[in-house]
Ligand binder design. Structure first.
Ligand code: AHG
Ligand code: MN
Ligand code: MN
Length: 311
């Protein structure tokens, strides 16, 4: 109720808020375009089938109807936004160049967590923005902006352009600034252990999980990277992990479409993200389909986990 009053008292548009915080105009316009895509996806998700469609994405994974629909929505926005030169996604097998002179290129996972659609759990959209049309050879540290949208009971966007992290909430069709500065505080002990199957091959990961249990940490794991990372950012602490195994050292999650944007957001909130050896922000992008293990969350917790794992 109090939040509603605040909403009525601050009828600022997302664009104005971004400009006021110092975003360059073209980048602010692009971020609003991306938020608009998230808004459209939040509407489509309510009526689109939760089933699969029989096709596969760039990673050989079966596509859900909503993976395809979210991709269509984002593509339409990227093609019309005059500041976008190129884009690629988890659902595309190439870099789509739309304008040679475009200022930015955009890399996204249109629908993260599609296996959670049929059980009606939270899913998301993850986006990273780079300058120029060539991302190969850059690092996630070169991103100029990143955001994710979360489709939960409410639709929210968490975004950064390098001046901290802001959260917007979709309210009666408009984006309202719901948290001006999202910051970690390291006060509580949460853990989100992805790829627990790795414990069989990795006694070090098993021992780390056991230590969290013995240390009375609280488990918060949804099976979706967006809500799991959102939990850390909103509660102010915790760690999300998706380690590799000797047979599959790079694990599952994608550097460009998932881990890079999340690392930028987490660092801007005072946290950290590592691949087990170095910061995700320093990893050289060698291909559009590159994967990486990830340990992301509170800086001290990430450092502690990484130091106890034999990378
Ligand atoms: P996507 O639906 O885009 O393929 O990604 C899902 C990701 C991520 O959201 C989650 O943390 C992870 O996959 C879960 O992986 P497992 O199914 O291996 O547990
Ligand atoms: Mn994903
Ligand atoms: Mn996806």
């Amino acid at each position: 109720m109090e939040w509603r009053l605040v909403v009525n008292m601050t009828p600022l548009l997302m664009l104005n808020i971004l400009l006021e915080k110092g975003a360059p105009i073209e980048l602010a316009e692009l971020l609003v375009e991306l938020a608009d895509s998230v808004r459209e996806i939040s509407v489509a998700i309510v009526t689109t089938s939760t089933g699969k469609v029989g096709t596969k994405n760039a990673f050989g994974e079966e596509q859900a109807a909503m993976d395809v629909r979210a991709e269509e929505i984002l593509q339409a926005h990227m093609k019309t936004c005059p500041f976008v030169g190129a884009f690629s996604s988890e659902e595309l097998d190439h870099l789509e160049v739309v304008r040679d002179e475009g200022k930015y290129s955009v890399y996204y996972d249109p629908l993260d967590g599609s296996s959670l659609l049929d059980v009606n759990c939270s899913v998301g959209t993850i986006v990273g923005v780079y300058e120029g049309n060539e991302v190969i050879g850059q690092t996630p540290g070169d991103q100029v902006a990143a955001l994710y949208g979360q489709y939960g009971p409410r639709t929210t966007v968490m975004l950064t352009f390098g001046q901290g992290v802001m959260e917007f909430t979709l309210h009666e069709g408009a984006w309202v600034l719901s948290e001006a500065s999202v910051q970690l505080n390291e006060e509580k002990k949460y853990f989100a252990p992805g790829n627990l199957r790795a414990c069989g091959d990795r006694p070090d990961y098993y021992a780390l999980i056991q230590s969290y249990i013995e240390g009375k940490y609280t488990l918060r794991y949804s099976g979706g990277m967006v809500p799991d990372i959102n939990h850390i950012l909103k509660k102010g602490s915790g760690i999300f992990m998706y380690p590799g195994t000797p047979d599959n050292p790079d694990a599952k999650l994608r550097l460009l479409y998932e881990c890079g944007p999340m690392a930028f957001l987490m660092e801007q909130a005072g946290g950290a993200a590592s691949n087990g050896r170095i910061s995700i922000m320093d990893l050289k992008i060698e291909s559009l389909v590159q994967r990486t293990p990830i340990f992301i969350g509170g800086a001290a917790q990430v450092e502690d986990a990484v130091s106890r794992l034999k990378a």
